[in-house]
Design a protein around this ligand. Sequence first.
Ligand code: PLP
Length: 443
Amino acid sequence: MTHTDTFAGAGQLPYLKADAEVFTAIEGEKQRQLDGVELIASENYTSGAVLEALGSIMTNKYAEGFPGKRYYGGQQFTDSIETLAIERAKTLFRCDHANVQPLSGAPANIAVYLAWMKPGDTILGMDLTHGGHLTHGSPVTAMAKIFNFVRYKMKDTETGEIDFDQMHDIAKKEQPKIILAGFSAYPRELNYKAFKEIADGVGAVAMADMAHIAGLIAAGVLRNPFDDDFHIMTTTTHKTLRGPRGGMILTRGTVSNPLKAPEHTIDNLPTIIDRSVFPGFQGGPHMNTIAAIAVALQEAKTPEFKTYAEQIIKNAKHLAAFLMKNGCKLVTNGTDNHLMVIDCMTSWNIHGKETEYVLDQIGITASKSTIPDDPNPPFMPSGLRIGTPAITTRGMKEQDMETLGRFMLDAITHKTDEKYLQKIHKEVKTFCRQFPVPGISAD
Ligand SMILES: Cc1ncc(COP(=O)(O)O)c(C=O)c1O
C-alpha cells in the first residue's frame, strides 16, 4: 500500500522556506529517500496521514498524566486522541492495557525495568551478538549499571534454534525477575511458549520486546506473544508498524486505583507500568506523536496492511534465497521475518562496515551487524543486516528483490572500481524512481 494520495503537496514545506538551512537539509534528505534504496531493517516510510498528525498543532499541548487524570486543563481533545490510540492498540494486539506514552523503544524498555525491578535484580535476555538489542543490557547502557543482565543464545546458528536448556539452567541459577524475548537482528520466529514456561518456573515476568516485528504481529503474519500468555509486550511504533517514532507498553489486566501505590504483583502490572512511565520516568507525553500513533494503528487494522505485511516476508524470503543461491552465507540460512544477517566475512571476506560503505556508494543503505559470537568488534563487525519493510512500502515485489540482489553482488565484486560503482549508482536511482515514497511528491 502506498499513501502518496493521502498527502497532496507533501514535501513543499512552504513555511519552512524562511529557514534556509533547515529547509535545505530536509530537501536533501527528501532527495536521498527518493533516489536510494532503504534496506535498514528498522526503518520505514509513514503514510501522509501519519505525517500530518505528527506535524500538527497537537505538539503545542502539555498533557502530563493519563486520559481523565491530567495535571493541566484543556484536555478534551488530548484525552480523546490518547484514548483512541490506547483502544486501537488493545484491539490490534489483543491485550487489556496499553501505555502509548513512551517516547521511543528504549524508554519503553527502561520504564518496564524500573517498574518491575530493584537495583541489582537480574534480567535474562538474548545475547547481543545473537540478535539482542542494546537496551537488553549492553554494558554501555545506563541500565547495565543498575541491573544485572545475563544471556541466552542460539543453540544452532545454522537453524536459529534457541538453546532453551541453557536458558532454563541460567534461569534456575540466576533467578531473573524478567525473561526477555525479543531482538533486533534475529531472523527467525520465536517459540514464546517455551519462554513462558521457563519464566513461570522461576516466577519471572515474561516480557517480549517486539520493536522490530510489531507490524507483522499486528497483521497476524507472525505470532502474538500474548497468545502464549506473555505478561508484557514493548514495541517501537516506527519500524514494521509504520507509525511515527515512538513506543508502547502493552499488558494483560487492568489499571487499579492509579492514585494509590499498587502492590508489587503481576495483576497490578498495568498500574505499576503507567506510574513508572509517568511520573516515574518521563514528563509530558508528545501528543502529536500519540495522534500519529493512533493514525498508524488504524491503518494497521486494514486488509491493505495485512497484504503489506505478507509482502514484507515474501520479499525477505525471496531476497534471502537469491543471495544464498549466489554464494552468500546468511546467519540461520534464511529468514522467517523481515530481516536477514549476511555473514560478510564468510561470503566475501570483507567486514560488515566495508560492505555497508560499498553499498552506500551505489545508493543502497544498510547497517553493519555482529554475527553470533563475532570475533570482530561491534564497530567493525563481520555482518550486515538488511530488511524489507521500507522497500515493500514503496511497492517492490519478489522480482525487484532479484534486481536489488544483483546490484548488491555486482557492487561487491567491483568494490574498488569507483567508475563502475558510479554506473551502478545511476542504475539504482533509475530503478527506485519507479517506486514512489509515501509523503514525498517526486517533482
Ligand atoms: C528490539 C529493540 N528494542 C528497542 C529498540 C529501541 O528503540 P528506539 O531506538 O526507538 O529507542 C530497538 C531499536 O532498534 C530495537 O530493535
